[in-house]
Design a protein around this ligand. Structure first.
Ligand code: PRP
Length: 213
């Protein structure tokens, strides 16, 4: 039996994912050591390997088959647009992709004026404004702390993730339009899906049962 390799998005998602896997009997003791600098963790018995990667890199590893399976946010799946199968909504890491800004920006959005949009997600923002709203925008790509942009006058609005809404509230911003709901998803390499169909399908079925219970 060959190893099945999992790429997990680093951080909160990875912890939640391992908790979920434990519920179906998949454990990885090596991974629990907080001080480890190891990059890859193995469960010899079940012939599984796990590694942690930056979220946006997870779909890349899965598309190229360096990982058979990945767990990553829907935001990253949409933004990366890789040739991978999305097979299961894991129902955690729930949040929303939104257009946000100061209250005054509501008017500007209504009139389809040319606006500046700052975001870490240019593909999602372009798809929303160009294809759904038919509005031309100027896109400004940022890498984090996106909420700063409208506050310091870099952009009119932002396209960003809203979870609790507290970052917006504490900075005098609000949700202006909702683009889509987000959550953690399991993704699979199309070739792995064919070659290891039985093992992967069994995993999906077991996980789905836990997620739905
Ligand atoms: C995300 C997102 C928002 C914040 C939303 O940022 O970009 O800034 O969380 O959460 P809230 O609605 O619960 O306040 P993250 O912490 O991932 O860092 P980033 O700003 O570097 O993207």
């Amino acid at each position: 039996m060959r190893y099945l390799t999992f790429a997990l998005g680093k951080g909160r998602l990875a912890k939640k994912t391992m908790e979920l896997f434990e519920q179906i009997g998949i454990t990885c003791e090596e991974m629990k050591d907080k001080d480890t600098r190891k990059l890859i963790f193995v469960n010899e018995e079940l012939k599984l390997r796990f590694f942690l990667a930056k979220g946006p890199d997870v779909p890349t590893y899965v598309e190229y088959g360096a990982a058979d399976i990945g767990v990553v946010g829907k935001d990253t799946i949409l933004e990366e647009d890789r040739k991978i199968y999305e097979v299961l909504d894991l129902d955690y890491g729930k949040c929303r992709m939104c257009v946000c800004g100061p209250h005054e920006a509501r008017e500007v959005l209504k009139h389809h004026e040319m606006i500046r949009v700052a975001t870490k997600y240019p593909r999602i923002a372009k798809d929303y404004f160009y294809n759904k709203k038919h509005q031309t925008i100027e896109m400004i790509k940022l890498n984090g702390s996106i909420e700063l942009a409208p506050i310091v006058g870099l952009s009119d609005v932002i396209v960003d993730i809203v979870e609790t809404g507290s970052t917006l509230r504490e900075n005098g911003l609000e949700v202006l339009e909702e683009i889509c709901p987000l959550s953690a998803r399991m993704v699979v390499n199309p070739v792995s899906m064919r070659m290891e169909h039985e093992r992967i399908q069994e995993l999906i079925t077991k996980l789905r049962e836990v997620v739905l219970s």
